[in-house]
Design a protein around this ligand. Structure first.
Ligand SMILES: NC(=O)c1ccc[n+]([C@@H]2O[C@H](COP(=O)([O-])OP(=O)(O)OC[C@H]3O[C@@H](n4cnc5c(N)ncnc54)[C@H](O)[C@@H]3O)[C@@H](O)[C@H]2O)c1
Length: 367
């Protein structure tokens, strides 16, 4: 008799066990520092828009995550703080992050302040003893600030994850698993076509590049869209070519239609396209013979499409258990910032900029 999945003798894959295995093993207390849009309400702006699964905001993502409880909020702004408490049913509300850590003892703290306050908040939380910090993007304003954030977290044994949450988005992680399996041959280049600003939005793009390429960026050649704006430290759009240590090339092309965002991961025998702000994914293969051309294959969509922010919160909890952050560590956020700055500096000098940047005080964005 054929044994099927409803038979107790079934020894094939178990969907319930697969789902359970992806959850953090322990139970975690989490808090949000910065109870504004990203910390709390940004999903209100996406009601009725089909591009990307919610929640994006950190508070509801914590509430959806398995084995993670939202226990506290921190904001200078009393009005926002009170609304945060009301909206998410949180009673422990503070205006000082150190006091919150001392009293609430959270394991995971989301930092959803603006970039100006990010470095100080991350350093304060690490020194106060939290196990993991999940800080939104852009990581900060200067490479020097990023160095300090990474160094303090290393010294205190704090997991530092940057919330470039596409790095946890299951269609991307499935695409990466497919590429890592070798089925498409070696990764050769990564291309992003988008006119969005280098620091704020391309933090996401460049952290994804870091995840896929698995090697540090060594040099950058850049072009800025507005030469006058490029004389300032304002966040702005530009194009660039990035050389990674393993020979893979990255390209940012900003000369494309307004507010578009598409990406390509090109391998020897196939490629992944992501279109329309991560709303659609395609997998194309290359035939063996010269005239076979390219053919579309079934993209490995995830078994359960979920919010990348929820998966990221659970991922950060699992990083505490593993003792290491691999999806989007502070080093990815720092590299993204340095590439953005290097595109601008290369435009001014006309030469390639080598990474890491020598001048750690160069700044991009974050006013
Ligand atoms: N998809 C994404 O990943 C995404 C989307 C939107 C915004 N963001 C990022 O989120 C960050 C915040 O943007 P926003 O639009 O939510 O701003 P916001 O002004 O709405 O919220 C920031 C909040 O942080 C509070 N704050 C600042 N410093 C603080 C401190 N030290 N302690 C306590 N509270 C503090 C402010 O009072 C404010 O309420 C930005 O870096 C932005 O780039 C990310």
């Amino acid at each position: 008799m054929r044994i099927r999945s409803h038979d107790p003798e079934w020894e094939g894959p178990r969907a319930d066990l697969e789902v359970a295995a992806s959850a953090p093993k322990g139970n975690y207390r989490a808090a949000v520092v910065g109870c504004g849009r990203m910390g709390s309400t940004i999903d209100d702006e996406h009601v009725g828009k089909p591009h990307y699964p919610w929640p994006w905001a950190h508070a509801p993502a914590i509430q959806e995550a398995r084995n993670v409880e939202l226990v506290a909020g921190v904001d200078f702004d009393q009005r926002r703080l009170a609304y945060f408490g009301e909206r998410w049913g949180v009673k422990a509300l503070y205006t000082d992050l150190r006091e919150m850590v001392a009293k609430e003892k959270p394991d995971i703290v989301c930092v959803t302040t603006g970039p100006v306050e990010r470095a100080e908040a991350v350093v304060g939380l690490a020194e106060a003893g939290v196990k993991a910090i999940y800080a939104t993007k852009p990581m900060c304003r200067t490479p020097a600030e990023a160095d300090e954030m990474i160094e303090v977290c290393r010294r205190t044994g704090t997991i530092l994850a940057i919330a470039a949450h596409l790095n946890w988005y299951a269609p991307y992680t499935n695409a990466k698993a497919l590429i890592d399996s070798g089925e498409l041959g070696q990764l050769r280049s990564m291309v992003c076509q988008s006119p969005l600003p280098l620091s704020n939005i391309h933090s996401h793009t460049l952290c994804l590049f870091s995840l896929f390429v698995g090697a540090p960026a060594k040099w950058v050649q850049g072009h800025m869209d507005d030469p006058e704006a490029a004389k300032t430290n304002e966040d702005q759009s530009g194009s660039g070519m990035i050389g990674y240590e393993n020979g893979v090339l990255g390209f940012l092309n900003s000369h494309v239609p307004w507010r578009t965002w598409t990406m390509e991961f090109n391998c020897e025998r196939g490629r992944v396209f992501t279109r329309n702000h991560h709303a659609w994914f395609e997998l194309w293969g290359r035939g063996e013979q010269e005239l076979d051309g390219e053919f579309q294959r079934q993209f490995p969509f995830p078994w359960r499409p979920r919010s990348s922010m929820t998966d990221a919160i659970e991922g950060v909890a699992r990083s505490i258990e593993a003792g290491v952050e691999e999806s989007c560590p502070g080093e990815f956020g720092r590299e993204a910032l340095e590439i953005g700055i290097a595109i601008r500096e290369s435009f001014h000098s006309g030469a390639r900029m080598n990474l890491p940047l020598q001048d750690r005080n160069l700044r991009l964005g974050g006013y």
